[in-house]
Design a protein around this ligand. Structure first.
Ligand code: MN
Length: 441
């Protein structure tokens, strides 16, 4: 568990004015990581740290000689085109880098002149997926999402009996994970329309979003070894936003008996910025179980998890239709919720994943599952917001949506705020639906 330290002090300000603006996602207390380069250039991608409206270029920082010791070594590996090597160093090295950058970026720092030459404006940058993601696992940690979906398929028995005992997940596909700005074709596949006796083949008609968080694994564990709850968070690099696009009609026909497949693996979009658990420390909240629910089994339990294993991360989903874009209108908000409602914590997901000896590796990604909250307006997927496509949602410009249409863009946003701590944010995770490819014959 990351205790609060001098990097969290809400009174800290930076010599970079944009980092001190109220409402910025990237004050000096955040310092998330991404890989970037100047937009449209042939520069190598390299690691960077967000500060205000700028990116601190870790390759330039490493070259500048401003940092020393463990922090300098971390900046050096963070300068690579993917963050796997930095992730593999573990949380102590990342924490040393955070502390050194926090001090160097502070108002009055002697390093100001040297670091000013290491800044690239975010407006002039493009991003890549921050790690080589070897394996991607998607969990199912919202009991509200699991219940709402279960009701549509099994009205009498919405929540399966294993849900409150096992952090349910499935192995997903890493190759189609893209960074914010991703555009993807509407998937094509087999569906079984209601009332039909034979399946159809064609473009997906029930294209959906899933509002999730992505958890990047830091240092891994050896095959055959399990990670104890008390060490689980030492294996986490940080958290990003994740949209797990889903083809509900393809899913409905294919998911039994082995689970999600082509309904999920055509695209998943993540935010470029990964916020460390250390930055999120002021936003920890207690992990609790409702009266009457089973307590977690011993291997999924720890004092630290009970007292502060959950995180209060505010989440919002915006939908921008082509009509809004043409009219210069902002996206319409269709969901507001918080990660605090999740049934299983980050530490429980990681520990459960390794309990059988499965080895996690630096840069692996764990999805939280759709993070629906307790009420319908907190649902993180259209299949819930529209009750299985029965009740279209009204958008601010008078349009309606049941499922995503071609040209629609979806924007995920996340941030943390509370009295006595600096507000920090995740930036945005944007993806856009393109028309399906032409089907021959
Ligand atoms: Mn999912």
């Amino acid at each position: 568990m990351s205790p609060l330290n001098e990097t969290h002090d809400p009174a800290l300000t930076s010599w970079l004015a944009s980092a001190n603006m109220p409402g910025t996602d990237f004050p000096i207390q955040n310092l998330p990581f991404a890989v970037f380069r100047r937009k449209g250039s042939s520069e190598a991608f390299r690691g960077g740290v967000a500060i205000g409206d700028q990116i601190l270029d870790l390759a330039a920082v490493a070259k500048s000689g401003v940092l020393t010791g463990q922090a300098a070594a971390a900046a050096q590996v963070g300068a690579q085109d993917k963050l796997n090597a930095l992730m593999a160093l573990g949380i102590n090295a990342c924490s040393a880098l955070r502390l050194a950058l926090s001090r160097a970026l502070r108002e009055g720092s002697a390093e100001q002149a040297a670091l000013q030459t290491c800044l690239v404006p975010q407006a002039e940058a493009e991003y890549d997926v921050p790690a080589r993601i070897g394996d991607y696992t998607d969990f199912y940690t919202s009991v509200y999402h699991a219940t709402n979906i279960g009701k549509q398929f099994r009205p009498d028995n919405p929540l399966l009996p294993n849900y409150k005992w096992v952090p349910i997940g499935y192995h997903g596909r890493a190759s189609s994970i893209g960074v914010s700005g991703q555009q993807f074709r509407r998937p094509v596949g087999q569906t079984m329309p209601p009332g039909a006796t034979e399946p159809s083949f064609g473009p997906c008609k029930r294209l959906d979003i899933e509002l999730e968080l992505g958890i990047f694994v830091g240092s891994g564990n050896a095959l055959g070894e399990a990670v104890d709850m008390n060490e689980a968070e030492d294996h986490v690099f940080g958290i990003c936003l994740l949209n797990d696009w889903s083809a509900r009609d393809i899913q409905g026909w294919e998911y039994q008996p082995l689970g999600p497949f082509l309904a999920k693996n055509f695209a998943s979009t993540i935010s470029p910025w990964v916020v460390t658990l250390e930055a999120l420390a002021p936003y920890r909240v207690a992990f609790t179980r409702a009266e009457g629910d089973p307590q977690p089994m011993a291997y999924l339990d720890s004092d630290a998890n009970r007292s502060g294993g959950a995180f209060d991360i505010h989440l919002q989903v915006g939908l921008q239709t082509p009509q809004m874009r043409a009219a210069g209108q902002a996206d319409a908000s269709i969901c507001r919720t918080s990660y605090r409602h999740a049934y299983w914590t980050v530490a429980q997901m990681l520990t459960h994943h390794t309990v059988n000896g499965c080895n996690l590796q630096p840069g692996d990604l764990l999805g939280s599952g759709t993070l629906s909250g307790p009420t319908l307006d907190q649902a993180g997927a259209l299949i819930e917001l529209t009750t299985g496509g029965k009740n279209p949602i009204a958008l601010h410009n008078g349009e309606q949506r049941t499922w995503l249409e071609d040209g629609d863009s979806v924007v995920l946003r996340g941030w943390c705020e509370r009295e006595g701590a600096a507000r920090i944010g995740f930036g945005e995770c944007v993806g856009t639906v393109l028309p399906a490819r032409t089907i021959k014959g």
